[in-house]
Design a binder for this molecule. Structure first.
Ligand code: SD4
Length: 301
């Protein structure tokens, strides 16, 4: 049995993060594999159609098609794999992990990743099966509003991405999966699968996953900046807060954009940072060696 000092520690984003860290803990008890646990936890959220923002049941692009993005990174050797605009299978995180096992590729997108997933034997979905009645309905309503000029076709709708971090005896893993912002242009990719933007893991410093408006998070290479701040000695909360404050200094509009991140440093300290205001709070969930906790961080000032 592990003790709290050795971990494992799992941290996951949003309200469904509670479900994710429980899934991670269950997987850990079966396999004692940090990667397996983080991937299984991420996949569990993607496969739950009741979760309206990730994987099956997420929102489609502006043509009504689901396009999934995911990223996987292991901190021991910086092995990583990402997929973007994946249409033919779910969960995307399992395909991202498979990409990370290729000898020479780290990122596959669009048609290429669809072909890869099929060739590798992942379960093939009719893309329509990734939508639910609820998301089909939301899409139809949005189309009608755009046609009546009551909604701006360019406006994407905020989404809550699943990020799962794992730590055990100094080893780190970061996983992320999303259907991206709702009603995006086909082919639009946010921060999530971008190594250094939406996620990073490096055992010499820790691991980080971001969630929120992907264009802002990617533009500022948030994950690797937080990682570097932790490497320089800042605790995860401070490292994350400093990067979000830097983003607000650079563009004050970032204060009211939904941006958040979770992090674990190399010693196993957990933290987070968010711009989320009280009326749309960001929460995250932590599992430490089988003990569970929900945390509601204060927004950065
Ligand atoms: C994206 N960062 O595609 C994702 C969306 C998200 O909470 O995380 N929303 O931009």
């Amino acid at each position: 049995m592990s003790n709290a000092a050795d971990g494992p520690i799992f941290v996951a984003t949003w309200d469904f993060g509670g479900q994710a860290v429980r899934a991670a803990w269950d997987a850990w008890q079966r396999s004692r594999g940090l990667e397996d646990a983080c991937v299984e936890a991420t996949a569990a959220i993607e496969l739950d159609p009741a979760i309206p923002t990730v994987g099956i049941g997420g929102l489609p692009n502006r043509e009504g098609v689901m396009e999934l993005d995911a990223g996987f990174m292991r901190g021991s050797d910086l092995r990583c794999g990402s997929v973007a605009a994946l249409r033919v299978t779910c969960p995307a995180i399992t395909v991202a992990r498979r990409v990370s096992q290729l000898p020479s590729h780290t990122f596959l997108v669009g048609q290429g990743v669809d072909q890869f997933a099929i060739a590798e034997g992942f379960e093939r979905y009719d893309p329509d099966a990734l939508l639910t009645d609820k998301t089909r309905d939301e899409f139809a309503q949005r189309q009608a509003k755009v046609a009546r000029k009551q909604a701006d076709a360019e406006r994407m709708v905020g989404h809550d991405t699943v990020g799962v971090l794992g730590w055990h005896a100094g080893q780190t893993v970061a996983c992320v999966a999303t259907s991206g912002l709702g009603f995006k242009r086909p082919g639009r990719v946010g921060d999530s699968p971008i190594i250094g933007g939406g996620l990073y893991a490096d055992d010499t410093a820790g691991c980080v996953v971001c969630t929120g408006i992907g264009e802002e998070l990617a533009r500022h290479a948030v994950a690797v900046r937080v990682l570097d701040a932790m490497k320089a000695g800042a605790p995860p909360n401070e490292a994350g807060g400093a990067v979000l404050r830097m983003m607000i200094d650079r563009d004050p509009a970032n204060a009211s954009r939904g941006l958040a991140l979770i992090a674990i440093d190399k010693a196993g300290s957990v933290g987070a940072a968010t711009t989320r205001s009280r009326n749309h709070e960001f929460e995250y969930h932590v599992c430490r060696a089988g003990g569970f906790e929900r945390v509601d961080p204060d927004p950065v000032q």
